[in-house]
Write a protein that binds this ligand. Structure first.
Ligand code: FAD
Length: 626
């Protein structure tokens, strides 16, 4: 088998993976970047709106404390507060660093990096490049990788001496020596040949899980691989019940259902209306947000030009609130002809301005739906977009409970609590990608000897099994049934009976998946690849469903029809998933959420905290602010 030795292997070449790899290489570690898709085609490329960072360029009142508060509010106080603190403090430096590496952000009139409004952010905060921010972020990070390779060529005569990319290469197992990580096992998509990475530290940066749902903004590579690899290696996943359904995905035509319509449309003035023409979001402002959002259309409209004296329009509530409101309008029979609601920017901005600010959206609707958004409204509805849950990590270093295993970006959990604010992912990737790369480098420095690779034969046999069976299940059918089950029974609104039913279906699908057969050879065989990915999607879906059944409250990206309120007692409880090394059993345990540090909790008003905290925690607050 093809074999390579590295200090750090980064799995994933999105924003988190590239930033982690750059850091590990800058700290002198021989680093491999392994990615399942083409280099440059990570999910991060699709990010449209921007990266949230309290630089205060548009509103000087913004600072890390306001960003921290917004992030905690958005996550309904379930966030790992240390992560939210580091994120809010370090995001501006990470954006300026990108600029120094060549990123060309949109500018304010006085030449600073421009920042736009987004749901849940008190001030304009998203550094952006039109609606193509993710593309610029990836371009810049890739350019930085190339710059480091050029340096290595000069120094060592080999551009790949310290950092090398393995594209279209899928990792199927993490390898261990006793308890510690010792490498990763993968196959080349094109040839199906196997490849082994011998490395004491692995950084998971594999993104999300959306392909377990039928309506999703996520693309084919989001099959929860990193989540499952971590579980199978003995790490824990937290907050898996919290899935973000973005309020605005395309609903028509069916072939493009789920594709994202960026929140920037609303940030730049777009409004949501039902079939009666009503701006229905004014009817859905929850009590916890009542004092922060406009109650009349006039005030909401004034806010775009005068934010100091007006409250923001409710179209810019956090995503979970807007998604539930759209769902309720459609259910009440006030939806658009194709089962969504109307998102209108055409009556709000001049055509030239729409094309300048939202070029991708204009192009996307024209090409895919034959709709000109400068002339008519879009039809939109909720789509599975992002998972808040992921690998439980140490906030400062990104390390998991397995020695040598690190995680950053969407595959990690905790930072966003029960609901992520738009724009907080791109900044999360940069802040925690850098920290995980540094954490992995420091871990390698502290090792007395390199761990040995074991488990190769098992990994090989597991990967080959679907090709060696004949007459088994069709992986596409198992996948489709899983997607429908997750969408219909563990979707945006959940009930105990439905989630239990989903768990029964998942048990049966797990048995069927063990018997999937893929016709053809190892050479570029998507049926075989899907059969391998199914293990991951089923494991992750089971975690989501088990945690969703246990959490008897509604909070952020977890709405229980049978437990509609948010409970302070539940906020203190995190649900932690673990699995057997063969994936046969998933367990979920409760863990107490540590109380917030005194200097951070005192950034909030008591009256606000009363909505979220237990009496005991409020007593701690009183002691902290004294
Ligand atoms: P990704 O960028 O998805 O990278 C994952 C990498 O892992 C890929 O290279 C993939 O090939 C690789 N990989 C996966 N499995 C394997 C495996 N088994 N073996 C090897 N490699 C593997 N967030 C914002 O903050 N602002 C926005 O404006 C915004 N807009 C968005 C728009 C869309 C349409 C979508 C879908 C998301 C948006 N998000 C936005 C969310 C954000 O883009 C993602 O959360 C983020 O990019 C995830 O980055 P990542 O580095 O964790 O993973």
């Amino acid at each position: 088998m093809e074999r390579h030795e590295y200090d750090v292997v980064v799995i994933g070449a999105g924003g988190a993976g590239l930033r982690a790899a750059i850091e590990a290489r800058q700290q002198g570690k021989r680093t491999a970047i392994v990615c399942k898709s083409l280099f440059g085609k990570a999910h991060t490329v699709m990010a449209e709106g921007g990266a949230a960072a309290a630089m205060g360029n548009v509103n000087p009142d913004d600072n890390w404390m306001v960003h921290f508060r917004d992030t905690m509010r958005g996550g309904k106080f379930l966030n790992n507060w240390r992560m939210a603190e580091l994120h809010a403090k370090e995001a501006p430096d990470r954006v300026w660093e990108l600029e120094a590496w060549g990123a060309l952000f949109d500018r304010t009139k006085d030449g600073k990096i421009s920042q736009r409004n987004f749901g849940g952010h008190e001030y304009p905060r998203l550094a952006h490049v039109g609606d193509r921010t993710g593309l610029e972020l990836i371009r810049t990070l890739q350019q930085r990788v190339v710059a480091l390779q050029q340096e290595d060529e000069k120094l060592h005569g080999d551009p790949e001496a310290y950092i090398k990319v393995f594209a279209e290469c899928t990792v199927t197992r993490l390898l261990k020596d006793g308890d510690a990580i010792s490498g990763a096992f993968a196959y080349w998509r094109e040839t199906g040949e196997f490849i082994v990475f011998d490395a004491p530290a692995v950084v998971l940066a594999t993104g999300g899980i959306g392909k377990s749902f039928v309506v999703t903004s996520n693309s084919w590579e989001y099959t929860g691989d990193g989540h499952a690899l971590a579980l199978l290696a003995g790490a824990k996943l937290i907050n898996m019940e919290f899935i973000q359904f973005h309020p605005t995905g395309m609903v028509w035509p069916p072939s493009v259902r789920g594709i994202l319509v960026t929140e920037s449309v609303r940030g730049d003035g777009g409004v949501l209306r039902n079939s009666e023409g009503r701006r229905f979001m004014f009817d859905y402002i929850p009590d916890v947000f009542k004092d922060k959002y406009a109650t009349t259309e006039e005030e909401g409209d004034r806010w775009y030009n005068d934010q100091a004296n007006n409250r923001r329009p409710p179209e810019l509530l956090p995503r979970d609130e807007v998604a539930r409101a759209i769902n309720a309008e459609v259910k009440a029979g006030r939806g658009s002809p194709q089962g969504g609601v109307f998102l209108d920017v055409s009556s709000r901005l001049p055509a030239a301005e729409i094309i300048r600010r939202l070029p991708s959206m204009h192009h996307q609707f024209k090409e895919l739906a034959d709709v000109d958004i400068t002339k008519e409204p879009m039809q939109v509805g909720p789509t599975c977009h992002y998972i808040m849950g992921g690998v439980e990590v140490d906030a400062d270093t990104g390390s998991s409970s397995v020695p040598g295993l690190f995680a950053a970006g969407e595959v990690s959990g905790g930072m966003h609590g029960s609901n992520r604010l738009g724009g907080n992912s791109l900044s999360d990737l940069l802040v925690f990608g850098r920290r995980a790369g540094a954490g992995a480098a420091a871990y390698v420095d502290g090792l007395a000897k390199r761990p040995a690779v074991t488990g190769l034969e098992e990994a090989r046999a597991e990967a080959l099994a679907p090709l060696e069976r004949t007459g088994g299940e069709n992986p596409y059918e198992v996948h489709h049934e899983l997607q429908r089950t997750m969408n219909d029974l563990v979707g945006i609104i959940r009930k105990a009976e439905e989630v239990s039913e989903a768990l029964q279906v998942i048990e049966k699908l797990k048995e069927r998946a063990k018997n999937t057969a893929s016709a053809g050879s190892r050479i570029y065989n998507p049926g075989w690849h899907l059969a391998i990915d199914l293990r991951n999607m089923l494991l992750v879906s089971e975690c989501v469903a088990r945690a969703a059944l246990l959490r008897e409250e509604s909070r952020g990206g977890h709405t229980r029809d049978d437990h509609p309120g948010m409970s302070p007692e539940w906020r203190r409880r995190l649900l932690v998933c673990a699995a057997q090394a063969d994936g046969s059993a998933v367990t979920v345990e409760e863990q107490v959420q540590p109380g917030m540090r005194a200097d951070l909790i005192s950034l909030f008003e008591r009256s606000e905290l009363e909505k979220y905290l237990t009496e005991d925690e409020l007593a701690d607050y009183d002691a902290a602010v004294k």
